[in-house]
Ligand binder design. Structure first.
Ligand code: SF4
Ligand code: SF4
Length: 134
């Protein structure tokens, strides 16, 4: 199995600093691949990254929620141009460096979102996207 980063990721980057097998890759260009991505072939399912994520964006593959219930105020990030994702997010990563994302949406409290599509997106990043041969 593997762990999966979902669209709750806002590029904090802390997860990549603790991964013992260095299998977490920042997506680039950010307008097309806005999250960090986990190489399923290398991940050893240790779970260290989960506790490090300030946005609770990482799940074991079998636990990626099909009905994630929002607390309210979380942001989902998608490639620029995705319908309904027109908010700009400006924040800082774990090093204090600026993070700028132009395809985000803020969730309302109680809203439910299916995050399981992120499993395929993560696989795609390594199959044919910029993570190929990474
Ligand atoms: S720590 Fe969380 S928000 Fe930051 S890059 Fe990793 S998954 Fe994304
Ligand atoms: S579960 Fe462990 S091996 Fe897998 S991505 Fe997270 S820190 Fe790395």
């Amino acid at each position: 199995m593997t762990h999966v980063i979902t669209s709750l990721c806002l590029r904090d980057g802390g997860c990549a600093t603790v991964c013992p097998v260095e299998c977490i890759i920042p997506g680039k260009p950010e307008d097309k691949w806005p999250w960090f991505y986990i190489d399923a072939d290398t991940c050893i399912d240790c779970g260290a990254c989960v506790a490090e994520c300030p946005f609770e964006a990482i799940f074991p593959e079998s636990e990626v929620p099909a009905a994630y219930k929002a607390k309210g105020g979380e942001k989902l990030s998608m490639p620029v141009g995705t319908a309904g994702f027109a908010e700009v997010y400006d924040g800082k990563n774990h090093n204090g460096e600026p993070v700028h994302l132009e395809g985000t949406r803020t969730l309302a409290a109680g809203e439910t979102v299916d995050l399981t599509f992120c499993i395929e997106t993560n696989a795609e990043f390594f199959k044919s996207g910029p993570g190929y041969n990474a």
